[in-house]
Design a protein around this ligand. Structure first.
Ligand code: 13P
Length: 249
């Protein structure tokens, strides 16, 4: 039985004052019926983690370096995220693949570093609109998964299927398209990890998840939760998504 997971990705949003949204979320949903992790910018991570202490909520980072430490100005090591209170780290989202030229091989190296620091990686993958239009979605997902999974991976990771064209666009795939992608990822996971461990990996959907579409997305087979961008910034919206996921569990 996989525990459902709602992950909020604040991306490059959030100043100290925005932690009031977390206070409102905790007040409205003190005991969610699913796991919840909030991934703020690194500048807020330790303050967020302090607020989440002794609550069921968890904190996560948005990226880490592949090396355990070193002369890498501006980068953050996985152990630093863990030290600041993170238990998860988002890796390989399309923005880092596009803006920073991150390859799947680098994502795998970062995932290895995250595991070494005791963090659970949330590995992101997804096709572009051109790849979907060319009928290449499943082939692209297979390749990204094969190259992004660190060697010796087991079930201690989360996968997030994020079609690039659905991120921040207000467009979402149909339930049938999500079911096809998640079913494909589950079967590919079984090839890489073996059937048992593959069943334990949570598969999140990400891309324009909102209170209005959350219940329909969570009803899709093989969807174990969501990676939420914009709607995770507001307590009312993220709270409604958390409630929808809890009701689907
Ligand atoms: P939006 O929910 O804003 O579309 O972002 C999705 C995403 O990229 C989460 O990582």
């Amino acid at each position: 039985m996989r525990h459902r997971l709602a992950a909020g990705n604040w991306k490059m949003h959030g100043l100290a004052a925005d932690l009031a949204e977390i206070d409102a979320l905790l007040a409205a949903h003190p005991a969610p019926a699913c796991e919840v992790v909030v991934c703020p910018p690194a500048t807020l991570l330790s303050r967020l983690a302090a607020r989440l202490d002794r609550t069921p909520y968890m904190a996560g980072g948005q990226d880490c370096h592949a090396a355990p430490k070193g002369a890498h100005t501006g980068d953050i090591a996985a152990a630093m995220l863990a030290d600041a209170g993170a238990s998860f780290v988002i890796l390989g989202p399309s923005e880092r693949r596009a803006d920073h030229g991150e390859t799947s091989a680098l994502v795998a190296a970062k995932a290895r570093a995250a595991r070494a620091a005791g963090l659970t990686p949330i590995l992101c993958l997804g096709e572009t609109e051109a790849e979907r239009d060319a009928g290449r979605t499943l082939e692209v997902l297979s390749a990204q998964l094969a190259e992004s999974l660190p060697d010796g991976s087991d079930a201690a990771l989360v996968l997030a299927y994020e079609p690039v064209w659905a991120i921040g666009s207000g467009r979402t795939p149909t339930p049938a398209q999500i079911a096809e992608a998640h079913g494909h990822l589950r079967s590919q996971l079984a090839r890489h990890l073996g059937a048992g461990p593959a069943q334990a990996v949570r598969l999140l959907y990400g891309g324009s998840v909102k209170p209005e579409n959350a219940a329909a997305i969570f009803a899709v087979p093989e969807v174990d939760g969501a990676l939420v961008g914009g709607a995770s910034l507001k307590a009312a919206e993220f709270g409604a998504i958390i409630a929808a996921l809890g009701a689907a569990a």
